[in-house]
Design a protein around this ligand. Structure first.
Ligand code: ATP
Ligand code: MG
Length: 569
């Protein structure tokens, strides 16, 4: 883990409408001036950049108001959840630079309390056991403009409901045989209030409670209560939960009415904001899981994934992601953010932070014919012109160097500022060279190019009077280190891969999203460690892969120096 990322960061967070709402609450001295938020992921997948936005929002609210933010796993559905996800989520939140209040919380820790409250609701005549299956219940739901039909089991006696619910818990019925429903209003204009489910039977062990339970609360009968139990003051969630809010309030009102112990406790205030949507990206965990399971990517942390772990492996920094979240801002209207904004945030961050090194990703050999064959010398290059304090380093120079194949052109147009026969330019930090000829193989592909150098032009020399236009990067052939370089492009070639009516997101996978090339890099990179980041001069930002070693160096391209995608069709 990057040590810096865990320090308290002091980036200014733009103010947003949620701040205004909380300011009002504080003015009215609600909650005694306390602010407690939470980030409540379901552990059924890895976190993605949308979650990162929610994390940044919730934790920065806590920081701004001197409050806290809980990390709570909403683990109410054992079928899809796994400890692998519980672990990765904690790692990602910490890596993003945030610390949660006290210990990690789990909804499953409250299962006894939820059960007790369900019993209270049954006793108050506000919940009943329904023997119908999901299809039958769905048919009675009605439509937003037509009322639903009451279940034939709706008017069971309290005694019968208590007996059946206890037997559901005891495991007497198979999965799906019965459900517990709230008795609210089958003709409510809000569909969520038409006798929603509270509990279902699932004979499946839970990653934390083992075999203790075979009935599990529905998300809607758990989420609001989790916030309530923890004393969350502001439940920040995405817009689609706005219509659930009356139901959460209804459950909590019934609980406060029926349970002496919780009567005086204040309900959390729910505030909804627009979720992050990115073009060329899918964000649904179900679809991301599909990419993993169908081996379209290497795993959840494949550098093409929009997951936090994928972005980390790709070379993103926590600062760049926090900065991105801030730039996107917090609003209450849905919109789609250009993924180019995310890319510009990492460029901006790395520009000043990382050393610029010489690496040639499509090597072409250049032989300096008048440079003595056994001679070697060291030339000095500054590490980052944006930050002098990063110093300089020495690079070996010799008679044969690699240059980028596309830095040479045989029939160059006038405006080509790189190399062609007869032209002089500078090898960055070294000498001016003039190209004298080329050698092609039988297929007509250029194999080598030849040049002469002018010993008077060593970088830093003050005696050169002519103008040397053009500078290219290079690596001494004798000293170069081989590296595998993974050039990533967008995973989808459609702007909205998940939003096409008659197509699946998999129909829009970009077949060229990964290109692996064999590069020659300067020797100082030999011992680069996983997650070390560099700018390859004139090419882009690169990050050492987690599987890299000094025997086999592997770099991932984080992002090109410029946004090339905007020019593509
Ligand atoms: P699913 O894909 O399973 O519906 P989810 O993305 O809603 O899941 P959760 O684990 O429930 O996943 O999300 C945890 C929190 O992250 C929620 O509070 C949710 O509001 C927030 N969140 C999820 N996706 C986004 C997004 N794209 N933008 C902002 N916040 C998000
Ligand atoms: Mg969700």
């Amino acid at each position: 883990m990057n040590k810096d990322s865990n320090d308290n960061h002091s980036e200014e967070v733009k103010s947003n409408f949620i701040h205004l709402e909380i300011d009002k609450d504080l003015e009215e001295n609600k909650n005694g001036g306390a602010v407690l938020t939470r980030f409540p992921p379901e552990p059924n997948g890895y976190l993605h950049i949308g979650h990162a936005k929610s994390i940044c929002l919730n934790f920065s609210l806590a920081q701004k108001y001197g409050g806290g933010c809980n990390l709570r796993f909403d683990d109410t559905n054992p079928v899809k959840e796994d400890v692998e996800y519980v672990d990765s989520i904690q790692e990602d939140v910490k890596w993003l630079g945030f610390n949660w209040e006290k210990e990690v919380k789990f909804a499953s820790d409250y299962f006894d309390q939820f059960y007790a409250w369900a019993l209270l609701l049954i006793k108050a005549g506000k919940a009943y056991v329904d023997d119908q299956n999901a299809d039958e219940i769905a048919k009675q739901k009605g439509t937003p403009t037509e009322p639903g039909t009451e279940s034939p089991f709706r008017n069971r006696s309290v005694e019968e409901n208590l007996d059946l619910f206890e037997r559901m818990k005891a495991g007497e019925f198979p999965t799906g045989a019965k459900v517990l429903r709230a008795k609210i209003d089958m003709s409510s204009p809000n569909m969520h209030l038409r006798d929603p489910y509270m509990y279902r039977i699932i004979h499946q062990a839970h990653h934390r409670t083992g075999d203790k339970w075979c009935i599990y609360p529905i998300y809607d009968f758990a989420h609001g209560q989790e916030d309530f139990i923890e004393g969350i003051t502001h439940s920040i969630c995405t817009l689609e939960f706005k219509v659930h809010r009356p139901l959460y309030d209804w459950f909590l009102d019934q609980i406060r009415e029926a349970d002496e112990n919780w009567k005086a406790k204040v309900r959390p205030r729910q505030i909804e904001f627009a979720r992050l949507n990115l073009n060329y990206t899918v964000m649904s965990k179900r679809k991301l899981l599909e990419l993993v399971q169908k081996d379209i990517v290497e795993g959840w942390d494949d550098p093409r994934m929009p997951t936090v772990s994928g972005l980390r492996r790709r070379g993103y920094t926590p600062e760049s992601i926090r900065n991105f979240a801030d730039k996107v801002g917090v609003t209450n209207r849905d919109s789609i953010t250009d993924v180019a904004l995310l890319e510009s945030c990492i460029r901006e961050d790395l520009n000043k932070k990382v050393a610029r090194v010489n690496a040639v990703i499509d090597p072409l050999k250049l032989i300096i014919t008048n440079y003595p064959e056994d001679q070697e010398e060291w030339v000095e290059l500054i590490n980052n012109p944006e930050d002098e304090s990063m110093g300089s380093r020495k690079l070996p120079f010799s008679r044969e160097v690699y240059i980028e194949r596309d830095d040479f052109m045989e029939d160059a147009p006038k405006k080509f500022f790189r190399l062609t026969v007869g032209k002089e330019l500078r090898l960055k930090g070294a000498y001016a060279i003039t190209c004298t000829g080329i050698k092609k193989n039988e297929e007509g592909v250029i194999e080598e190019i030849y040049a002469t150098y002018d010993p008077e032009t060593k970088s830093g020399a003050t005696t050169v009077t002519r103008k040397i236009k053009g500078v290219i990067h290079w690596v001494s052939a004798k000293h170069a280190v081989d590296a595998e370089v993974k050039l990533y492009d967008r995973l989808y070639n459609h702007e909205a891969p998940a939003a096409q009516k008659d197509a699946d997101h998999l129909d829009f996978i970009n077949p060229d999203s990964l290109q692996v090339v064999r590069a020659k890099v300067e020797p100082s990179l030999k011992d680069a460690k996983a997650l070390d980041k560099f700018q390859f001069q004139r090419i882009g930002y690169f990050c050492v892969d987690k599987d890299s070693s000094s025997d086999k160096l592997i770099f991932n391209r984080t992002v090109a120096l410029k946004d090339s995608w905007s020019k593509k069709k």
